[in-house]
Design a protein. Structure first.
Length: 69
């Protein structure tokens, strides 16, 4: 999953919960700008921020390791 796909998944979940970006940012203890950048795939986000947003939205983050040839 790339940053654009991740951001789209977060946006879908936020909208499904009928939360605004402001409400979600407050729940996740991040700025609205950071959340917007995350949702739009515009920025690489720190793991702690990603986990905070995921927690606020009731999402689990799964990490997988891929072998590159």
């Amino acid at each position: 999953m790339n940053t654009t796909e991740l951001g789209a998944a977060i946006r879908r979940r936020r909208r499904a919960l009928e939360l605004t970006q402001d409400e979600t940012a407050e729940l996740a203890d991040v700025s609205t700008r950071v959340l917007s950048d995350l949702e739009n795939g515009r920025a690489t986000v720190r793991l702690d921020i990603l986990l905070g947003v995921a927690d606020a939205l009731g999402l689990d983050i799964a990490l997988t390791v891929r072998a590159h040839s």
